[in-house]
Design a protein around this ligand. Structure first.
Ligand code: GRF
Length: 219
């Protein structure tokens, strides 16, 4: 069973989806710890409601980013964490941190990477006028929103959408693909080959294990 830490900065709705998947036995892992960089993150409350240990590591208490990263890595190592899950964690982790957890940091981004990296992926895609928005679960490397892609979901932009409506629909897809990606990782089914993530044991008739096309409103 893989020991995971989930890192959050805000609401933690992705954390909630992961907790539910673990509790339902869909992920062969345990959430050893939830960590936030913000003491007021609602994700911490969600964790506590499920009896999961929490820690707050505040960047303001460290003079340098590297010191914050070191403390975070120390807290995770102390809890025996094997997989670091970034679920709306609004901090970039440096190379020293990543070298402590090689190929063992996974992130969710609310856009179809490599399009629209950065903090406002959904809004940027909406403003650009894309017809297909979406979200991406990927391994984290040293460039922001860049590492090898595990699963993506495509979410159509509808005529009556605004930024918030689209973001909410993308978020619902995040809740579906993030636990699925973690389940594949914990089952040992993911292999990184260069830029590509190979999923072993895939049923060719069930290609949907690696992508999701969500059009409930128009199907
Ligand atoms: C999600 O849209 C995630 O993709 C982004 O931040 C948001 C976090 O939402 N990085 P939540 O805290 O999981 O509700």
């Amino acid at each position: 069973m893989v020991k995971m830490a989930v890192l959050v900065s805000g609401s933690g709705s992705n954390l909630q989806a992961i907790i539910e998947a673990v509790e339902a036995g869909r992920i062969d892992g345990e959430i050893a710890l939830v960590v936030s960089n913000r003491p007021d993150a609602y994700g911490l409350v969600r964790a506590e409601k499920h009896g999961i240990a929490t820690r707050v590591v505040e960047p303001g208490k460290f003079s340098e980013r590297r010191e914050f990263d070191r403390e975070l890595a120390r807290v995770l190592a102390e809890a025996g964490v094997e997989l670091v899950v970034l679920a709306g964690f609004m901090r970039v982790l440096g190379s020293e941190f990543l070298s402590r957890f090689p190929d063992r940091v996974i992130n969710i981004h609310p856009a179809l990477l490599p399009a629209f990296p950065g903090t406002h992926g959904q809004g940027d895609a909406f403003d650009y006028g894309v017809k297909l928005a979406g979200c991406t679960v990927h391994f984290v490397d040293e460039k922001v929103d860049h590492g090898p892609i595990i699963i993506q979901a495509a979410v159509p932009v509808l005529d009556h959408d605004d930024r918030d409506a689209l973001a909410a629909r993308i978020l619902r897809c995040e809740h579906r693909i993030f636990p699925r990606a973690l389940a594949l990782y914990c089952a040992g089914r993911l292999e990184i080959v260069g830029r590509k993530v190979r999923i072993s044991g895939i049923d060719e008739n069930a290609l949907s294990e690696q992508f999701l096309i969500s059009c409930p409103e128009i199907s």
